[in-house]
Design a protein around this ligand. Structure first.
Ligand SMILES: NC(=O)c1ccc[n+]([C@@H]2O[C@H](COP(=O)([O-])OP(=O)(O)OC[C@H]3O[C@@H](n4cnc5c(N)ncnc54)[C@H](O)[C@@H]3O)[C@@H](O)[C@H]2O)c1
Length: 253
């Protein structure tokens, strides 16, 4: 049985990933703001250090997999928080834990989003990828919530692709997944909002497969990507969105 570390496993997609891996007998070390094995705020450097040290202490022998599901949505008014959790709360944790994953030649899966290609804030994305934290956070204040969200997810996917070859040479596979609209506490906040509810309903109706995603759809993909049969998949951004990205960007490949 394997040992996995997972961020953001208290609710939504992360909770479904945790349940699926544990049902297979794996051990999951989970980090979240509450209800976790390791309580840590990944928006802060201190919280990230707590998470990393806690995972290292819990799995000194190494990790079979690391999955980063912690994130906040585009509706959050504090755009710095979106940047801090979604980008820095992902890449800084992976940077610190890749050695532990290499010990077991394991797999890393990052939660991007099918909104990532829609980001038009290239400057923001560049600042993130340069690691220019102060400038990226300042830029977060100047752009809209959707741009901060989709930009943070585009940067996560690009960061993954830039690092995938070096990780692969160490026996570690890393991929990102790009879910479309999935029913979770994050999306419920927006779909229940009187201002946005109607447009969300229309958005959901436009998903070609005829339904929104469920957390268990996403968990099945993550399970495959951290499992033993996906060892040749590395550096990919896997869309899991009922055909939405194909509908919107058929020829952008
Ligand atoms: N639901 C969707 O439609 C959708 C689509 C594309 C991508 N995603 C991504 O999937 C991931 C999971 O989203 P979800 O829909 O399950 O949302 P969710 O809100 O149900 O789960 C997010 C989890 O992250 C945790 N979290 C938030 N801020 C944190 C912090 N500062 N430190 C530690 N943990 C923190 C929350 O407590 C929660 O348990 C996110 O990265 C999200 O951006 C979701």
């Amino acid at each position: 049985m394997g040992i996995y570390a997972l961020t953001g496993g208290a609710t939504g997609i992360g909770a479904a990933i945790k349940a699926r891996l544990e049902a297979k007998g794996h051990r999951v070390i989970m980090v979240d703001l509450k209800g976790a094995d390791i309580t840590a705020d990944l928006a802060t450097a201190k919280g990230r250090a707590t998470a990393v040290e806690g995972i290292k202490a819990a799995a000194p022998e190494g990790l079979n997999g690391l999955i980063t599901s912690a994130g906040v949505g585009s509706h959050i008014p504090d755009h710095r928080l979106i940047t801090n959790v979604n980008y820095f709360g992902t890449v800084k944790v992976v940077e610190e834990l890749v050695d532990l994953v290499a010990l077991k030649k394991g797999s890393i899966v990052l939660l991007s989003s099918n909104s990532a290609p829609m980001s038009t804030s290239e400057h923001y994305v560049d600042l993130l990828l340069e690691g220019n934290e102060t400038a990226a956070l300042d830029e977060s204040d100047k752009i809209g919530g959707h741009e901060a969200y989709s930009g943070s997810k585009k940067a996560v996917a690009r960061w993954m692709r830039r690092n995938a070859p070096a990780f692969a040479r160490r026996g570690v596979t890393i991929n990102a997944i790009a879910p479309g609209y999935t029913e979770t506490p994050m999306t419920k906040v927006v779909s229940d909002d009187p201002q946005y509810g109607e447009s969300i309903k229309r958005f959901k109706e436009s998903i070609p497969i005829g339904r929104a995603g469920e957390p268990k759809d996403i968990a099945a993909l993550v399970d495959f990507l951290v499992g033993g049969e996906s060892g040749f998949i590395c550096g990919s951004v896997v869309f899991i969105d009922g055909g939405h990205d194909a509908m919107l960007r058929a020829d952008e490949f």
